[in-house]
Ligand binder design. Sequence first.
Ligand code: DOR
Ligand code: ZN
Ligand code: ZN
Length: 357
Amino acid sequence: MRNRFLECQAFADVHVHLREPGFTSKETILTGTRAAARGGYTIVCPMPNLNPVPDTLETLAIEQEAIRRDAVVRVLPYCSITMGRKGLELVDFAALKGHCCAFSDDGSGVQSEAVMLSAMKEAARLGVIIAAHCEDNSLPGTDPRSEWGQIERDLELCRQTGCHYHVCHISSKESVRLIRDAKARGINVTCETAPHYLTLCKDDVLDEGRFKMNPPIRTAEDRDALIEGLADGTIDVIATDHAPHTAEEKSRGFAGSAMGIVGLETSFPVLYTKLVRTGLISLDRLIEAMSAAPRRIFNLPATPDDRVVIDLETPFTIDSTTFASMGHSTPFDGWEVYGKVLKTELDGNTIYDINKQ
Ligand code: DOR
Ligand code: ZN
Ligand code: ZN
């Protein structure tokens, strides 16, 4: 017999897009963190593809001000690796250290090996994390080599420099194998994948914008290798890559759609239903990858009074119209799932209660 209710430490999402400053028609700090609370998260780390890009203390201060004003969960931003996320000139890592959770140019890969090498040298010297969106622009994103080729390049740079290298949203079986082998050789690498790569494959993809994201959904073999990688610890963390866009931007069919889907309000139920209830992953492993592992790997604050209460036994249907996020585009719309978040507490204070909505 399973217990009906699960209570555990709240989740932490090290890869979200909250769109403020710069893109508040897609999402804001307020709506994005409300979505986080509804999903059982009390810490989120927003990526720096913003306007302005947080690449100096001055530009970061604009994002921090919105966070101080509006956030309902803890928000620890990323700074970019390169100025303006242009892939050319490094940010001042020393000045930004201590003001961000890690450094990433998410949204694009760092194309130049020389630039990545100097970023990793700086990261190693200062003890900060490089979180890489791996995508080789000279190949189509649908070719998995676009992802794993860059991972292979970076793992060698990571070996040379010893920096902490974290790979964002891995989606292919080759990436799992490369990272598993690198870990076995003692390389300082961690990685994440997202719920959609663990639960969907090409056969599920419809000609609709809600299936369009970068990297794309790949084959059943890739999905199964990711599940295996999660089970054996090759994949450390599950992050959502919550990437809201406006309804119009997601309405142009698969080919014309903006890249990105929302994820904060569906991650636990989707994964619990598809991976835990089916026996593929243990409940403890899932919670570890959504809560303890991201906190440990990103040195996030220990927050023992951040809690989530979940109903594991009452089925419900995912209805994207009820989301707190301004983004409503999800491949999971209409899925019947288990694992509804009932309550989220931050420092012992209730920030979401399903009965008080
Ligand atoms: O699907 C994606 N959406 N992939 C990215 O790399 C960027 C993100 C976004 O910002 O919308
Ligand atoms: Zn990315
Ligand atoms: Zn992202």
